[in-house]
Design a protein around this ligand. Structure first.
Ligand code: EPZ
Length: 418
């Protein structure tokens, strides 16, 4: 059992390099199954969700060779459908992508019902809607999802709700279908664009990614390619908030500032200084923090994956702030952990009302999910005294070497084996 121990109250100062995007790497690694060739994927983050994905690819029959800790050569010639194990699949929501790639490549798919962070129901009805629109049929028996089709035919799909996963699966299931597929009310996240760019580098024809209408012209076959993953906008945003929360100054390198616009705008509203350049931002505490109202929305709105981290900063800001969760049913499990640190947060429906303006107290807390865990680290870094964070495996799912990166910025932080 591992814990993170922080002696907080010290400003973060220095330069940090952002790693590849988790939410782009996972779909792109699964999408190599569609090429039946060899792909080299670069700038892959060193996180446990990636290790799990590579293990699942091996179960599916792919050969995975580690070139270095961020580069993998994946040979999917021998891959087959229906071979992933429930033991692995159940650990990660991104396992839903197995459905899209197996259906796209083989015309059928079989996968255990996926798990993942538990913030409310995480249905897959929109994924199924996309598969059925392409002519596939779906059955859910004994905890396994089976999808079969004689031939996938391009079609029109209009999503009832904006869904990153369903948009990813609709693209992956349709790239090798016969004819054209039009996906409307599609998610516009940068990782959708990255997936489309990867597939187009493999010879696919995916147009309009990044807008809410994506057109996929099916092709016969995809070839392999070499491809580098975009930087992780949520990791970048997490360090931006950590700089402000610890009254520090950070140069955050290897970012795409456009992807950070909603985060930058909100931090500037709070009187945080943010300087932008081509591929880095410099974030510094501006002498005070003024509270704000935030509503999480699909991209380009304020990201739901920045919700707990922003709440940590709002606890420290002067005045009352409100953060409304506009994407998931319930992403407030972090609130009780903040309460242990003396925060005054009241949840009313899908809004948390935060009375800020006083420091947080160090305390033993839990990382209840990936982004809540990051928020606990930010809170511990800002609080004087010793904070111990339990259940840190959820943090390791999505943050590449966060403890060593923070140590290099002056944090007194350790990961200990208990
Ligand atoms: C992806 O999850 C991300 N995960 C999440 O990041 C992220 O929070 C989320 O997108 C939103 O940006 C990965 O990319 C691996 P959704 P996903 O489908 O695809 C509802 C992190 O911290 N919905 O966009 O599962 C759903 O319940 C993780 O990195 C349906 O109703 O999210 C939710 O309310 C956490 N039916 C909303 O849509 C469906 O069929 C958005 O979910 C699918 C989704």
């Amino acid at each position: 059992m591992e814990q993170i121990v922080i002696n907080g109250g010290r400003p973060l100062v220095g330069t940090v390099e952002v790693s590849g995007s988790k939410n782009a790497a996972l779909p792109i690694l699964f999408a190599t199954i569609l090429t039946s060739d060899i792909c080299t994927i670069e700038n892959v983050p060193e996180i446990s969700d990636v290790s799990l994905t590579l293990e699942i690819l091996r179960e599916m029959g792919a050969k995975v060779k580690e070139i270095d800790k961020n580069t993998f050569e994946i040979d999917t010639r021998e891959a087959q459908s229906g071979r992933s194990s429930y033991e692995l699949v159940r650990q990660m929501r991104a396992s839903t992508y197995i459905m899209g790639v197996e259906l796209g490549r083989f015309g059928n798919a079989k996968v255990g019902w996926p798990g993942g962070c538990n913030f409310g129901l995480r249905p897959i009805d929109q994924h199924i809607k996309a598969f059925e629109a392409l002519g596939a049929s779906y059955e859910n028996a004994n905890g396994f999802i089976s999808i079969t089709s004689d031939k996938l035919i391009g079609s029109s799909i209009y999503f009832d709700t904006v869904s990153v996963g369903a948009t990813v699966n609709a693209i992956m299931a349709s790239v090798l279908a016969e004819g054209t597929t039009v996906i409307e009310n599609a998610a516009k996240e940068p990782h959708i664009v990255d997936l489309a760019n990867f597939l187009n580098t493999c010879g696919a024809s995916v147009r309009g990614a990044g807008t809410d209408v994506i057109k996929v012209n099916g092709c016969k076959k995809l070839h392999g390619c070499s491809y580098a993953i975009i930087p992780d906008m949520i990791e970048a945003g997490t360090y931006m908030i950590a700089a402000a929360a610890t009254k520090g100054k950070l140069k955050i390198e290897n970012v795409i500032p456009k992807h950070l616009e909603s985060i930058t705008a909100k931090l500037c509203e709070m009187q945080v200084d943010v300087e932008e350049d081509d591929d880095f931002v410099i974030v510094s505490y501006g002498g005070k923090l003024v509270n704000v109202n935030v509503k999480t929305q699909p991209y380009p709105g304020f990201p739901t994956d920045m919700h707990p981290q922003m709440s940590a900063l709002m606890c420290l800001a002067q005045g009352t702030g409100r953060i409304t969760e506009g994407v998931f049913e319930n992403r407030f499990r972090y609130v009780e952990e903040f309460a242990r640190m003396g925060a005054s947060i009241e949840v009313a429906g899908e809004t948390a009302i935060i009375e800020g303006g006083k420091p947080l107290n160090s305390a033993p807390v839990r990382a209840v999910d990936l982004r809540a865990g990051a928020a606990m680290i930010i809170a511990g870094l800002s609080a004087n005294g010793k904070t111990v964070i339990y259940d840190i495996e959820s943090i390791e799912r999505g943050y590449d070497n966060i403890v060593s990166k923070l140590k290099a910025l002056g944090a007194d932080i350790e990961k200990i084996e208990v």
